[in-house]
Ligand binder design. Sequence first.
Ligand SMILES: Nc1ncnc2c1ncn2[C@@H]1O[C@H](COP(=O)(O)OP(=O)(O)OP(=O)(O)O)[C@@H](O)[C@H]1O
Length: 281
Amino acid sequence: MTINNDGELLALDCDSLTFSWKEGDDPVLKDVNLSLGKGDRCLLLGANGAGKSTLLRILAGKRLTKTRSCKILGQDVFMNPPGGVVYLGTEWSTNPVVRSDIVVSHFLDSVGGYRHKDRRDKLLRILDVDLDWHMHQISDGERRRVQLCMGLMAEWDVLLLDEVTVDLDVLVRADLIDFLISESENRGATIVYATHIFDGLKKFPTQICHMQLGSTPRGMVTWPPADVPESEQDLFQLALGWLRDDRELRRAVEKQKGRVRGPKTDTRDRVTFYEKYDYSH
Ligand SMILES: Nc1ncnc2c1ncn2[C@@H]1O[C@H](COP(=O)(O)OP(=O)(O)OP(=O)(O)O)[C@@H](O)[C@H]1O
């Protein structure tokens, strides 16, 4: 059983998770630790390729890992997945079904909207969704709002969000963030949210988890920080600082493996690879 110091069941407990895409490959996740109580809201912060989506998909039970080290509400996320877990990722909007000629009201009913009428109606207002829209005739941001309405209308215990607010306009995004905060404060729901956009998020996190090259060196960082005055609490600057360090570290690691990003250069005479081997004819 995964419990916290007060003897309460953890909402999410990921203990030394290690994962490689292929047997024998370097792990993309290494000793990842993430532990959240009920009502926590975690911002998952890291550079492109740091492993955020991979971690969220594992937590959602979508990918099998060798070690059984991820539990949600005390249950193994893959072998014995708990109910009440919602994962919303960007891949949904590329599914041909959600781009077909289907009316939003029928679509939401087909995924059980009629069973959650009050919450569905509240979300329709927050996300500013028109039930008469046709899914093949709406914008990417409008389709995203339908996805969020669909995913959030049943009461969930743990929500895993992978950058699904990037195409929302700022007003809808702000209203959605307020809704998520109220869900965690009023119902004790737990949220993990991976994003690169920190505008309007200052009041969202209660914890920050920094993913650095597939690991979590800082563990869970409490937010807001008790030792920093409110006027200086700046998520964007915090992320910039961490990501600059991450880039240096990544460059050093890749250099050791003989890999360098950017244009290929011949280090002896500094002539670029493409200049030296002219492939234009
Ligand atoms: N299907 C795959 N096969 C092999 N490697 C993959 C696959 N998908 C992702 N990777 C690698 O796994 C690592 C982590 O990718 P992941 O998508 O989890 O990063 P991320 O932190 O979500 O990045 P971003 O911020 O760009 O969304 C990257 O190095 C990526 O190249």
